[in-house]
Structures are given as C-alpha cells and as structure tokens.
Write a protein that binds this ligand. Sequence first.
Ligand code: SF4
Length: 242
Amino acid sequence: MVALRIAESTEPTVRTKDELRALAEEAGRTLEGASAVEILTWADERFGPKWAVASSMADSVVPSLAAKVREGVDVLFLDTGYHFAETIGTRDAVAATLPVNVRTIEARQTVAQQDASFGARLYERNPDQCCALRKVMPLRKALKDYDAWASGLRRDEADTRKNVRVVEWDEQRSMVKLNPIAAWTQDDVDRYITDNGVLVNPLLFDGYGSIGCWPCTRRLKPGEDARAGRWSGTGKVECGLH
Ligand code: SF4
C-alpha cells in the first residue's frame, strides 16, 4: 500500500492511499454546493502548500480563486511548445499581476527533438501520443511534488465532464483532484471575470471558445459548443489530463 503524506494544519499527517481516497470521496459529497473558495480552503487546511493549480491560461479564474486562499500558490502551466503567442502572453500577465507562483512545465523533448524522434506533425498522425508526450507525462511528473491539484473543469463544458465532482479521487495519479468551479455555468464564469477583473486570454474575444495548442484548436462556427474547436474532425475530445 502506498503511503502519502498530508500536511494538515501545521502537523504533517501520514495517510494511506486508501485513506486519501476516502477523504476525497467524502469531500466530494459534503462539499457539493460549497463555494469555490470554500472548496479550496478545505484543501489548503489539509494539504498546506502541497496543492497546486493546473491552468491552460484560457483565463485565470481558478488561479485567482486559489490566490485568495493561499498567496503564492503554485500554478502549473504546461508549455507544449505549440501554444498561441496570446496564451504565453496571458501566462506572463498572470505571473506579473496575481500573487501566485507560475511554474512552466515543459516536455522532456523540445518540438524539434520530438520531430526527429517521431516525425514532424505528430499531432496530425497521432494526437493521443502527442498529448501524452507533451501534456500527460510532464504533468504527471510535476504533480509528484503535491498531494492535490485543482483544475477549472466544469460540468457544462462537455458530456465527458457532466459527472465531475467538486472533489474527487484521481486514480491515474493517486492524489486528490479539486474541481472548485465544477458546478459553475458560463454565466458564473463571466460574472466572476467581470467582478474581479480577471485576466482572460484575448483569443476568447477572437472567435475561440476553448484554447489549446494552435495545431489542434480552431475558431468556433455559429451555434457550436465551446469545445467544438478542439481536435476538430478527429473524434478526440480530451487531452488525457482529466
Ligand atoms: Fe500535440 Fe495537439 Fe495535444 Fe498539443 S493538443 S499536445 S499539439 S496533439
């Protein structure tokens, strides 16, 4: 059985993987209906500095919420080497203006090295492998430093996300997963952005509904769901992180 350490208040506590899983599952039930800040505060009280936020820099809603709970919280940004310039700019603006510690996580190989190993434009031939190399594996490695991680997943974004819990067990990484805005609607997000002056990737005002790597992201057509512009025409709907 794998033993994982949790810093609870100031006293480190050691819990087994099964205990951590039970903790996450119970919180998923009891924190349903709690505010995003309450959910992140629950995590902070149990994990201290050993929780982080993963952000794609489509907006900085979750980094902003996390900063209210823990100043200097780590915000992980996966730099795939394929980001739009606007996304890199949003990352830099978040790092400069929010009281968070932005950590840029890179893949083991540069894009040029990957091209040499697997051939150019792997994203066209095998996007699952490309996402595994440039997103899934680097995030898995980075998250080894933490006991819990938070993302901006929302139930109303896609069918694949409609059963997301506000706190759940991340089986893939054996750690606690926080989805503090799982129950938010797009209107909730827009209101929070307006009320709090939250930084937003400018591409969201340029026809994009969801922002990922440039080879796999296109502008939306009228009436399409926000994520329809991701891996369009391939049948792929998730990168494998969630
Ligand atoms: Fe590669 Fe596209 Fe996945 Fe980015 S989104 S890692 S370019 S397949």
